[in-house]
Design a protein around this ligand. Sequence first.
Ligand code: SF4
Ligand code: SF4
Ligand code: SF4
Length: 314
Amino acid sequence: MFENIIIDLTKKLLREKVIDLVIGYGSAQLPFRTKPIVINQEDQADALVWNPFCGHNLARYLKYYKNTQHKIALMVKGCDSRAVQVLLKEDQIKRERLYLIGLPCPGLVNREKLQKQFPQALPEDFQWKEAGWFFRGKQIDPGLLLEETCLRCRYPNPLIYDELIGEPQTMSPYQTYQKDYLCQIDALSPEERWDRWLQEMTKCIRCYACRNSCPLCYCQECFTDSTQPQWISPAPTPSDNFLFHLARTMHMAGRCVECGACERACPVSIPIAQLPLKVEAIIREQFQFEAGTDQESTAPLLTYRENDPGDFIK
Ligand code: SF4
Ligand code: SF4
Ligand code: SF4
């Protein structure tokens, strides 16, 4: 819908040498999918797309330009812009090297829900217009199809940008829908939660797609890849899978921007974002902190206070 504006802006920025390249979304070969693309020539810009299937958090790709001089334009939804703010705060990129193309986000379509609601759906059956989402011309409630992580979203509009494409969303999915899959987890007893996660950890093949799609997992060497010392066996046993996911969840505490990119990347459909999202929910409640929502405040786990009420600090 707003693709032409994005394409024209990209061409102008490249032509006037304001930027060296754009990291954006392009069509993928499979239906209802997009892929990250890098554009550095004006005549390539027509390949850019923007729709509710643009699920990658493109801030992930900034790490590959950390030690270059490129001036980079980046397409950012609300959650992506939060990731950029965390990266700025953690000194992973300089603001002056970024041109942020802000995308007010309608939420992402979950392909499994789409398939369930509308078996045999073809890409041309689904349309996203300013007035809403339509299937074969009939308006549908986005809540039926939204990713669970998007149902929780409080910041669909970019919090930081240089150019905003279209009008801001007036309501967040969180305000509209209130319920998501974390509510179901909260309703389980500790024993039921354990059984459920044991099942999920048995499915995990430890491919690391979740880690590799996360904009904030940028360590040059992940603890999982270390051989001296070896913290974790490469074999995907349930116990080592637990160790990997719980350690990653702790590394994300107060940093996760709730984008759900990790979960969308999982080839065996484990709702893996529930772990960092649950921790963020606790941090929001206990510390009134949300990662990447401003450039000033520091995450609780990165904060040191001599008068901390906890005994562990003394
Ligand atoms: S979490 Fe929010 S900003 Fe991010 S994709 Fe979902 S609705 Fe859009
Ligand atoms: S993407 Fe899925 S299968 Fe792969 S390591 Fe993560 S949770 Fe396990
Ligand atoms: S842990 Fe998952 S939800 Fe959180 S920032 Fe990383 S990819 Fe996004």
